[in-house]
Design a protein around this ligand. Structure first.
Ligand SMILES: NC(=O)c1ccc[n+]([C@@H]2O[C@H](COP(=O)([O-])OP(=O)(O)OC[C@H]3O[C@@H](n4cnc5c(N)ncnc54)[C@H](OP(=O)(O)O)[C@@H]3O)[C@@H](O)[C@H]2O)c1
Length: 305
């Protein structure tokens, strides 16, 4: 029997996930964006990377369509994995690397882009110097949201229930955001009294805590002074901000307070991720796809600067 020689044209995505089960969300997204094969690796750690990456790249032509996608809840390990993947490439066997642990880069990009679009609808064309408070910001989405916010020069406050953790996190995020960014400040936000002090003069509030946790109650909402944009990304009731339903998009939920809900964010997030994965699947050579590309894509999709 004669076999025809197959060209190495298949688009292959190696999905390195720190979680016990690689996320089906991202696997589906990668297929839908045009990868022919997605190979998930669970419980991924940085020490396993070099052998795996080099087996993947040396078995194909240098310009073959091979990509690595880094996912998972453990963002610190995901950072180490990303660095190891890049360090394991041997020229000219280099590939695109997509970084989006727990959807953080694409979701945070969607949040900030929607805020800009909403602000523009209220004649606010520049967010620099505006106060943005990110409630429950110690998860992957909050971390990247804080970096993008600081790079836009917003006065950025991130909150947690853990005093030392949020201080340490703010220090790490300031390093990642870079010298040109405004300073990210960590604060404790547990009680309504804590929160009102942080929120009363905020221009923008994002609730990005764990699903099913109400971060702004009816009583707290009523104490906020008006003229604010508020965002909630929690799709599981009770929602993160009282009165803000998932499908709301620039809807006045209280006099002067305009809300963007989890579905409005989620719809944009999915488009961003699909577009970023598609671009990565058509790229060759070493290129990192992270929140910087995701935010550019988000702005293009919403036709904003
Ligand atoms: N709409 C979308 O498209 C979309 C996409 C991705 C994710 N999400 C949603 O985004 C949210 C954040 O996800 P994530 O993975 O970044 O974060 P996460 O790890 O689920 O949670 C973030 C933080 O919430 C805080 N938290 C947990 N329980 C709390 C409680 N009882 N009271 C107050 N704070 C509490 C914790 O902070 P401290 O312990 O430091 O206080 C935790 O680090 C989730 O609701 C997720 O479902 C939405």
């Amino acid at each position: 029997m004669e076999y025809s020689k197959q060209k190495s044209t298949k688009k292959i995505c190696y999905f390195l996930d720190t979680d016990e089960n690689a996320s089906p969300f991202d696997i589906n997204m990668a297929y839908d964006a045009g990868f022919d094969v997605v190979v998930p690796y669970n419980n991924m750690t940085a020490d396993k990377v070099p052998k795996l990456v080099q087996d993947a790249i040396f078995s194909r032509k240098p310009n073959a369509s091979t990509a690595f996608f880094i996912g998972g809840e453990d963002t610190k390990e995901a950072d180490k994995i990303t660095k190891k993947v890049l360090d394991s490439f041997v020229s000219p066997f280099e590939c695109p690397v997509i970084v989006d642990p727990r959807g953080s880069h694409t979701t945070a990009s969607a949040i900030i882009a929607k805020i800009i679009k909403t602000a523009q609808a209220h004649d606010i064309n520049d967010l620099s110097g505006r106060k943005m408070v990110i409630l429950g910001a110690t998860g992957p989405v909050g971390e990247i949201g804080a970096i993008i916010s600081a790079r836009l020069k917003c006065n950025t406050i991130i909150t947690s229930r853990r005093k030392q953790y949020i201080k340490d996190l703010a220090r790490d995020l300031n390093k990642k955001a870079g010298d040109d960014a405004s300073e990210i400040i960590g604060a404790v936000g547990i009680t309504d009294d804590d929160k009102i002090q942080l929120l009363k003069d905020a221009d923008i509030i994002c609730s990005v805590a764990k699903a099913g946790i109400e971060m702004i109650s009816k009583e707290l909402l009523e104490k906020l002074q008006s003229k604010k944009i508020v965002v909630d990304i929690n799709l599981v009731p009770p929602y993160g901000i009282y009165g803000l339903k998932p499908n709301y998009d620039n809807k006045e939920i209280y006099p002067g307070i305009f809300g963007i809900g989890a579905l409005a964010i989620g719809n944009l997030k999915s488009k961003i991720e699909k577009s970023m994965l598609k671009e990565a699947s058509n790229s060759r050579g070493k290129k990192i796809f992270n929140y910087k590309n995701a935010f550019d894509i988000a702005k293009k999709l919403l036709k904003i600067n």
